[in-house]
Design a binder for this molecule. Structure first.
Ligand SMILES: NC(=O)C1=CN([C@@H]2O[C@H](COP(=O)(O)OP(=O)(O)OC[C@H]3O[C@@H](n4cnc5c(N)ncnc54)[C@H](O)[C@@H]3O)[C@@H](O)[C@H]2O)C=CC1
Ligand SMILES: O=C([O-])CC(=O)C(=O)O
Length: 354
C-alpha cells in the first residue's frame, strides 16, 4: 500500500485524477497539494468509502513538503492549460517555472518517489524535472564511484533515472478509442493496444498502427491511415477547440493519468510484465536506450517508448518493433521538434532566462 501525491490537485485534471486515485486499492494515503482549494477537495474525497486517507495542503506552513514527505508516487498536473490558437510550447513560459519549483520540492522531500509529469509541454517539462533532480544529486539512485590517483581525485557520477515518467497515456488511450471507432465497435476500445512513441505534441506523437493488437480493416487506404494518424497527433486540439476557451482535456486525461499511475503502482507492488509507453530518459536502460538511438538515428536523451515497469520504476525499454516506411517517416518528422523541446527544458534549468 502506497502514498500517492497529486500536485495541482484542485484543477480540471487534478480533481478527477484524485477521485480515481482515491478509488485505487493500492493507495493507502492520498495527499493533495495546490495553491488553492485543496482543503475542500480533500474533505469532499475523504467521505468516499475506500481505504485511502486523504489530506489537503496549501503553500503556507510548508504545505508542499508535508504533502510530499513519504510519497511513493507523485503525479503533477499543475499549470495552465491551452486555449484555442495556442501550442503546448506556448505554455512553457508559465509552466516551466511551476514545474521547476515543484520538482525542487520533490528533490528535497521525496527523492525516491516515482514522478509522473502531466503538465505541458511534456517534451520540455520532463527534462526540467530531470535537471532539477540532477542538480540536487537525486536523479534516482545515484551511484558515485571515486577513483583516487596520487595527484588527482576523479569523481564519476552515474545517474539511473528510472523513476521519472512523462505521461503520454492519453495518446495511447486516444489511439485505442479511435481504432475501435474505425472497427465500428467501441466495446473493443479498452482491449485495443497500440504503441504510441516519440513525444507529446503534434507531429512528435507517433502512433504505430502497424502494431495494433486489432488490425485496421482491409481496404483502409494510405490516406485513411494518414487521417487517423493526424487525429491522434492533434487529438488535444480537438478538445481545446470544442471547449472553446475553457481549457483542454481534463476528464480523459484524468482517466489516462490514473491508468498509468495504477500501472506504476502495480509494478512497484511486484506485478511483472506491465508495459506502457512513457516519455523517459533513455539512460534509464542503457542497452535499450542505445539501441533506440540507433533506430531513430539521433542522440536524444528523452523519447517515449514502450516501457516495462518494475519495482524500481523502469525495468526495461522495449524496442520500437518493425516499423513501416510510413512510421519511419513519422519518426524522422518528429525529431527536430523533440530535440528543440528537450533542449529548451534543459537550458531553462542550466540558465533560467525567459
Ligand atoms: N500530458 C497530457 O497528456 C496532458 C497534459 N495536460 C496539461 O495539464 C496541465 C493542467 O491542466 P488542467 O488541469 O486542465 O488545468 P487547470 O488550470 O484546470 O488546473 C491546474 C491546477 O494547477 C494549479 N497550480 C498552478 N500553479 C501551481 C503551483 N505552483 N503549485 C501547485 N499547483 C499549481 C492551479 O491552481 C490549478 O488548480 C496543463 O499544463 C495541461 O496542458 C492536459 C491534458 C493532457
Ligand atoms: O492539448 C492539450 O493542450 C492538452 C493535451 O496535452 C492533450 O489533450 O493531449
Amino acid at each position: 500500500m502506497y502514498k500517492a501525491v497529486v500536485l495541482g490537485a484542485a484543477g480540471g485534471i487534478g480533481q478527477p485524477l484524485a477521485l480515481l486515485l482515491k478509488s485505487n486499492p493500492l493507495v493507502k494515503e492520498l495527499a493533495l497539494f495546490d495553491i488553492v482549494n485543496t482543503p475542500g477537495v480533500a474533505a469532499d474525497l475523504s467521505h468516499i468509502a475506500t481505504p485511502a486517507k486523504v489530506s489537503g495542503y496549501l503553500p503556507p506552513d510548508d504545505g508542499l513538503k508535508k504533502a510530499l514527505t513519504g510519497a511513493d508516487i507523485v503525479v503533477i498536473p499543475a499549470g495552465v492549460p491551452r486555449k484555442p490558437g495556442m501550442t503546448r510550447d506556448d505554455l512553457f513560459k508559465i509552466n516551466a517555472g511551476i514545474v521547476r519549483d515543484l520538482a525542487t520540492g520533490i528533490a528535497t522531500a521525496a527523492p525516491k518517489a516515482a514522478v509522473l509529469v502531466i503538465s505541458n509541454p511534456v517534451n520540455s517539462t520532463v527534462p526540467i524535472v530531470a535537471e532539477v533532480l540532477k542538480k540536487h544529486g537525486v536523479f534516482d539512485a545515484k551511484k558515485c564511484v571515486v577513483i583516487k590517483r596520487p595527484t588527482l581525485l576523479w569523481l564519476f557520477f552515474d545517474f539511473f533515472p528510472k523513476r521519472l515518467f512523462g505521461v503520454t497515456t492519453l495518446d495511447v488511450v486516444r489511439a485505442s478509442t479511435f481504432v475501435s471507432e474505425v472497427l465500428g465497435d467501441l466495446s473493443l476500445a479498452s482491449s485495443v493496444t497500440i504503441p504510441v512513441v516519440g513525444g507529446h505534441s503534434g507531429v512528435t506523437i507517433v502512433p504505430l498502427f502497424s502494431q495494433s493488437s486489432h488490425p485496421l480493416p482491409a481496404g483502409f487506404s494510405p490516406s485513411d491511415l494518414q487521417a487517423l494518424t493526424t487525429r491522434v497527433q492533434f487529438g488535444g486540439d480537438e478538445v481545446v477547440k470544442a471547449k472553446d476557451g475553457a481549457g483542454s482535456a481534463t476528464l480523459s486525461m484524468a482517466y489516462a493519468g490514473a491508468e498509468f499511475a495504477g500501472k506504476v503502482l502495480r509494478a512497484l507492488n511486484g506485478e511483472k510484465g506491465i508495459i506502457s509507453p512513457s516519455f523517459v530518459h533513455l539512460s534509464c536502460d542503457k542497452a535499450g536506450g542505445d539501441s533506440l538511438k540507433k533506430v531513430i538515428g539521433k542522440e536524444l536523451d528523452f523519447f517515449s517508448v514502450p516501457v516495462e515497469l518494475g519495482p524500481e520504476g523502469v525495468a526495461k525499454l522495449h524496442s520500437l518493433g518493425n516499423l513501416t516506411e510510413f512510421e519511419q517517416s513519422l519518426i524522422q518528422a518528429a525529431l527536430p521538434d523533440l530535440e528543440s523541446n528537450i533542449e529548451k527544458g534543459v537550458s531553462f534549468i542550466e540558465s533560467p532566462k525567459l
